[in-house]
Design a binder for this molecule. Structure first.
Ligand code: XMP
Length: 514
């Protein structure tokens, strides 16, 4: 296993992710928690020093524990990790006017174990840099293997001690061969076998939850989405009957979704599940409301009220379990410190723990979405649940833009949406799409059906590809596919007589219509 020493970089978790991808277990420990004893106890096969925001040129900034360099295991320093490594081993680091941020190029001046199979002497390789300071003199024993305009020692190696260091960030995707460099470090240099899997992560996560929770009681809000479903299944396996799940059914779910949640969790997994049908309450509060932000606020606040009441009814709990993922963690940390504009106030249960005075259990905090899906499969959740497209907290309420949310409109939308998704699945396209859904438009249009005139709703179909929901492209369906879906919707869904396809990308559009 690998120890990652964290100096506070925004992307330290990406190092862990790459190491996991190479089939090796790793843990991230903050630099100031590393001691000679903890190193001995953890017994890492290798150590990676992360980047960080500080400057080695100042005396009081973080350093790697000296014992790291005397343990006899390989060490890889990245960015700040490289700088502190060099400074501590007898080299020199200086501030520089030539800062490098973003894409940069490294000239490979010598071969080295890190580059095996991807980079060779004489090559010029693209990397991602983010630094002001740089190493200006190598510590004894090191040689330069890569150099860039802003960093004369962009990659260095001491083969005898198996110490390597790079100024660039191999863990981000903008360094195209970065993952292979890390793979070379864990496998070729450190000799890890690469047989670690999601199953091992699961066992570890279960142990961690047990230790954190002890004999305490845990409550978990279940929505039927991927993240909360995986949290519930994991906690169930870890602490069994100490867990109660509360499913606040706001009546704004897609067709059959509420039933599926109850079937899977109560019947198949045998989890203690409170299913609160609060659709009357939600629809009552939404009556007459058409403003998107107002709808989101009403749904968010009502959700918290109902959840709190149901939690009280089951006797409360010591912990609240949440499906926070790593991207949520980074997004909540402001990169610039400046205020950012709210485009949409996403609804989540963020206000709950404070109000209910509960501690948080967040077993997915280190994972990315695709890893959560793999963990869900490992836990035995059905494929259609873990592979499901993201679905917004406010549900169908934000897919009926510009008009009041009524049961009748919800029913029409559900039917159209179900036909659309059915065709997408049949065409084998579901997994190639990030999100696909129907939107019920606030216009009625004239049509002709049989011999008579119709005057019904128009609906829009949306499908996008995306990697994180931050940017998106519309999905280029073949015309005959769109024609088939439109035909089926108009024939099968009473209330809709016209179908359009949305070809807006994000930006400038957003994925949802409101
Ligand atoms: P937009 O529409 O902002 O959506 O491009 C980006 C992603 O976020 C989802 N979304 C929401 N999720 N509460 C949520 O939990 C919300 O209020 C909300 N609004 C949008 C959207 O479905 C897409 O995946």
């Amino acid at each position: 296993r690998i120890l990652i020493v964290d100096f506070g970089s925004q992307v330290t978790q990406l190092i862990a992710r790459r190491v996991r991808e190479s089939g090796v277990y790793s843990e991230i420990h903050p630099f100031n928690k590393v001691t000679a004893e903890s190193l001995k106890a953890f017994a890492p096969k290798a150590i990676i020093l992360s980047g960080g925001p500080a400057s080695v040129t100042e005396a009081t900034t973080p350093r790697a524990h000296e014992a790291i360099f005397t343990l006899g295991v390989p060490v890889l320093g990245i960015c700040y990790g490289q700088q502190t490594m060099c400074a501590q081993l007898g080299g020199k680091v200086e501030g520089s006017d030539h800062r490098e941020f973003g894409r940069a190029f490294v000239d490979i001046v010598d071969d080295c174990a890190l580059f095996h199979g991807v980079w060779a002497k004489g090559g010029r390789e693209q990397v991602w840099m983010s630094h002001g300071d740089r190493v200006t003199q190598l510590p004894p024993g090191f040689r330069a293997v890569g150099t860039s305009e802003g960093a004369p020692f962009a990659a260095i190696a001491d083969d005898a001690r198996r110490f390597y260091a790079v100024q660039f960030h191999p863990e981000v995707v903008h360094t195209p061969h970065g993952a292979q460099l890390l793979h070379n470090f864990t496998h070729r240099v450190a000799g890890c076998s690469g047989d670690w899997t999601m199953r091992a992560f699961k066992d570890h996560a279960i142990e961690t939850v047990r230790r954190q929770v002890g004999s305490g009681r845990v409550i978990c809000g279940l929505s039927g989405g991927v993240d909360s479903s995986v949290v519930a299944a994991l906690l169930h396996e870890a602490i069994g009957s100490q867990l109660t799940c509360v499913f606040v059914d706001h009546g704004l779910m897609r067709a059959n979704e509420a039933d599926q949640v109850v079937t899977v969790f109560r019947d198949r997994f045998n989890i203690k599940l409170v299913h609160k049908d609060a659709s009357d309450l939600f629809l009552g509060k939404l009556a007459g409301k058409t403003d998107p932000e107002e709808k989101r606020k009403i749904i968010g606040a009502t959700f918290i009220d109902v959840f709190e009441e149901e939690a009280r009814k089951v006797g409360g709990a010591d912990f609240l379990a949440q499906g926070t993922l790593y991207p949520d963690v980074i997004e909540s940390v402001s990169f610039t410190g400046g205020p950012s504009v709210t485009i949409k106030s996403h609804h989540n249960v963020g206000g709950l723990p404070d109000r209910m005075n509960m501690k948080l259990v967040e077993p997915l905090r280190e994972l990315f979405k695709d890893e959560v899906r793999a963990l869900g499969r490992e836990l035995g959740l059905p494929d259609e649940m873990v592979g499901r497209h993201p679905f917004p907290g406010p549900g169908l309420a934000i897919r009926i833009p510009g008009q009041e949310i009524t049961r009748e409109r919800l029913e029409i939308l559900r039917k159209a949406d179900a036909v659309y998704l059915d065709e997408i699945r049949k065409a084998g396209l579901y997994d190639a799409i990030w999100q696909a859904f129907a939107v019920l438009l606030p216009v009625r249009t004239v049509g002709v059906m049989g011999d008579s005139r119709s005057y019904d709703y128009a609906c829009a179909l949306r499908a996008v590809t995306s990697t994180d929901g931050m940017t998106a492209d519309f999905y280029p369906f073949p015309h005959d596919f769109l024609a088939r879906v439109a035909n089926r919707i108009i024939n099968e869904v009473k209330g809709i007589n016209r179908v359009t396809y949305d070809i807006t990308s994000k930006p400038p559009g957003t994925i949802e219509w409101e």
